[in-house]
Design a protein around this ligand. Structure first.
Ligand code: AMP
Length: 276
């Protein structure tokens, strides 16, 4: 496994490589990331994983400096999966000048996560676009854990004509249902025990719709009350149409419920897809 830190080294390594599958990450890898890598391995003979904590997607008030970095352990894991190349660029190499050109995104980027993290998706889409240009993969793989991000990347690839196939993977969860995330390590003991209730709240919504409840606003409200009552600060719990991420209408069938909530100082996101 080769580890490269500059765009020049990456381009020279990839010069004669065809059929690249690309997995972008911010490192601190866990089984969720590894599921993406395993899918990449199945789909292509050359797998590139990027490890880069993207400053463009953090607000000044967010955890950019604190975000867990574990390059050595990450590379060990990726080596064990027989990844071909790790791209871990230095910030200066990727941004030799201030990144003034940023993607302008459609309105969906200003909903859900976008309400609470202004310009987050602009930062994500811009870095992914840079990586796509640098690596020129045939396939790129993203997790459904970041459901709205996946949606926006698909729109970007479609509307900017990237010849890249976007694949997704299901959310990998801990035994109690908590979606794996690098940020889970911010949770203290009691918070970690409580954290699975976010997933439980989403499953309750899915269960109630399966029993015929179609008042989505009521279901969202009850889920917010449930979590608030347990000490969570809920940013949103939204039942959406899977195709558009717009609020679900009663006759929509392909749905997802997306949520973001804070337990203690840790903000968690999760989602569940379901069919009505
Ligand atoms: P991150 O390192 O948080 O930027 O995540 C990199 C990629 O891994 C994104 O496509 C995420 O959606 C995906 N990912 C993160 N956590 C999980 C998980 N628990 N299950 C599946 N995919 C995940």
């Amino acid at each position: 496994m080769k580890i490269v830190e500059t765009i020049a080294a990456l381009r020279s390594t990839l010069k004669n490589v065809q059929h690249i599958a690309f997995v972008p990450t911010m490192g601190n890898l866990h089984a969720g990331h590894l599921a993406l890598v395993e899918k990449a391995k199945k789909k292509s003979d050359f797998v590139v994983v990027s490890i880069f904590v993207n400053p463009l997607q953090f607000l000044p008030s967010e955890d950019f400096n604190q975000y867990p970095r574990s390059m050595e352990a990450d590379c060990k894991l990726l080596r064990s999966l027989d990844v071909d190349l790790v791209f871990a660029p230095d910030e200066k190499n990727l941004f030799p000048v201030q990144q003034e050109i940023l993607l302008q995104l459609p309105a969906v980027a200003d909903t859900l996560e976008g309400i609470f993290r202004p310009r987050f998706f602009q930062g994500v889409a811009t870095i992914v676009l840079k990586f796509f240009n640098i690596i020129q993969p045939d396939i790129a793989i993203f997790g459904k854990k970041d459901y709205q991000q996946l949606h926006i990347i698909r729109l970007m690839v479609q509307q900017l004509n990237f010849p890249i196939k976007i694949l997704d993977t299901e959310i990998i969860r801990a035994a109690d249902g908590l979606a794996l995330s690098s940020r889970n390590q911010y949770l203290n003991g009691p918070e970690r025990q409580e954290a699975c209730h976010l997933y439980q709240a989403l499953n309750t919504i899915v269960g109630e719709t399966a029993s015929g409840q179609r008042d989505f606003l009521l279901l969202e409200k009850k889920a917010v009350e449930y979590l608030s009552g347990r000490g969570w600060q809920v940013d949103y719990i939204s039942i959406v149409n899977r195709q558009t991420l717009l609020p679900a209408c009663t006759d929509d069938q392909q749905l997802a419920v997306l949520a973001a909530a804070r337990i203690g100082t840790t903000r968690l996101i999760d989602n569940v897809e379901f069919t009505c």
